[in-house]
Ligand binder design. Structure first.
Ligand code: SF4
Ligand code: SF4
Length: 448
């Protein structure tokens, strides 16, 4: 089987958050494969743990992806501060054609535009993708999954960190479809009863209070914070509130733009101008929306740069949606040119931790084995970019771990989904497939 077919068959998608089906990237022809081990979101350290404990599988995946894409150069990006992971990879790569690139401890070091520039000196054209400059960027866990695909092992488990207000912060493998409740149990439970969860990251992640939500192929883990934490008030404002405050309080100081990492790379993204679309000028929303086109939603402007604690990131997201709905496009004409102040305006992780009032939760999340198999999993059909997978099993079907549950719709972008638990299919809907174990069936929990 060709490498790209093998990756497709195993249901590998970008595990770093994007969920883009990896077999599509594996079909391209490039010069570089760049390994994204930057892990720049604060508090979650699962990629560093994986790099330290599973480097052989990651390198297997890297070599396979290089072979598939014809790449002659492979670069592994790791933050210099993660000395153990750097040491492991330097040792493993000694005498090979592959290199380690040590990254500074700033946010967002893992933005693919940033990583491509640092590793190759090339700037992706405005609105483009790494492929446009001969690169494929892949997260370390994605490469691990490619390595496992070569051993006939599809993606059934996710590596996650649980951090914050738990008794035992740690990083571990869980079956996809496991509830957040089980993750918190394995981390020793929460240290406070009144808590919320940030899902997959402080800056770019989601927000949840629902313990029955489940792990997907792109979930990086949970950060447990007090229910009255500063970030809760920043992340739970309604759009109407954000717009009202923004309209009345933005003084056009431009700090959001001056700190924007994409602006500093030379792209025409200017969130302070997008704020004008909220209605405090008479020039018209359409004119100002275009300055959001190249925003990557990193969150730095909203959560770090703005002295008034406004919401420029969210204004950019609204602007992009409006443009999409209106069929409008904006194309930067000038080639991007790196800002002379770029290196001096980088935001160190330490400053970010202090600004977000989470410094005291910055603790190791060491690798841990032994997550107990759950009695039930709920496996989402849409865990990736593209169309949801199409179920190929029915209620009552007996399945084993690794069995195919749902396939890619014909002629569509998508990814296959496999069973993460041995048991019986108890529910199939348009959104998910549930599997329960024999123990649940015998106790009367079988819904067949
Ligand atoms: S940093 Fe805040 S106050 Fe200043 S221009 Fe941006 S949104 Fe307005
Ligand atoms: S979220 Fe803000 S800082 Fe980040 S890319 Fe968008 S505008 Fe720039």
């Amino acid at each position: 089987m060709q490498i790209a077919e093998m990756i497709k068959s195993a249901g590998v998608v970008g595990a770093g958050g994007g969920g883009f089906p990896t077999h599509v990237k594996a079909q391209s022809q490039v010069e570089y494969v760049l390994v994204n081990g930057a892990e720049c979101e604060p508090l979650i350290h699962k990629d560093v743990e994986l790099m330290t404990h599973r480097s052989a599988e990651i390198l297997d995946g890297l070599r396979l992806l290089m072979q598939s894409t014809g790449a002659t150069r492979g670069v592994v990006g790791i933050k210099k501060k993660n000395g153990r992971a750097v040491e492991v990879f330097r040792g493993a790569l000694a005498g090979t054609e592959l290199e380690v690139l040590e990254l500074g401890d700033f946010y967002p070091a893992g933005d693919e535009y940033e990583l491509v520039q640092l590793a190759t000196g090339r700037l992706i054209p405005p609105g483009g993708i790494p492929l446009d400059v001969g690169c494929v960027v892949s997260n370390v866990e994605t490469l691990f999954n490619i390595g496992m695909a070569a051993k006939d092992s599809p993606v059934t488990h996710k590596f996650v960190s649980v951090a914050g207000l738990v008794h035992e912060p740690k990083s571990f493998w869980v079956p996809i479809g496991t509830s957040y409740r089980k993750l918190l149990d394995f981390a020793g439970g929460t240290t406070q009863s009144d808590f919320v969860m940030l899902v997959s990251g402080v800056l770019m992640g989601g927000f949840s209070t629902d313990l029955d939500e489940v792990v997907t192929k792109t979930c990086a883990g949970l950060i447990v914070l007090p229910a009255n934490h500063y970030l809760v008030s920043r992340k739970t404002r309604s759009t109407e509130q954000m717009n009202r405050i923004g309209k009345s309080a933005c003084d056009q100081c431009t700090a959001c733009t001056e700190f924007c990492p994409r602006y500093l790379l030379g792209y025409d993204i200017q969130p302070h101008k997008v704020m004008r679309s909220l209605g405090f000028t008479t020039s018209g929303t359409d004119y100002w929306n275009k300055f959001a086109t190249y925003c990557c939603s990193c969150g730095l402007c909203t959560l770090y740069a703005c002295p008034e604690e406004l919401f420029p990131r969210e204004a950019c997201e609204q602007a992009k949606t409006s443009m999409r709905e209106a069929g409008q496009k904006y194309q930067q004409v000038k080639a991007p040119r790196i800002h002379s102040m770029k290196d001096y305006r980088r935001v160190p992780t330490k400053s970010l931790l202090r600004r977000l009032r989470i410094a005291k939760y910055e603790l190791p999340t060491p690798f841990a084995d032994g997550f107990p198999a759950p009695d039930e999993v709920r496996i989402m059909l849409q865990q990736h970019a593209g169309k949801p997978a199409v179920p190929g099993v029915k209620v009552g079907t007996n399945v084993q771990v690794n069995d195919l549950l749902a396939d890619i719709p014909e002629d569509s972008l998508g990814a296959r989904i496999h069973a993460s638990l041995t048991g019986k299919v108890s529910e199939v809907t348009d959104e998910y497939i549930c599997i329960i174990t024999d123990a649940v069936v015998k106790s009367g929990g079988d819904t067949v």
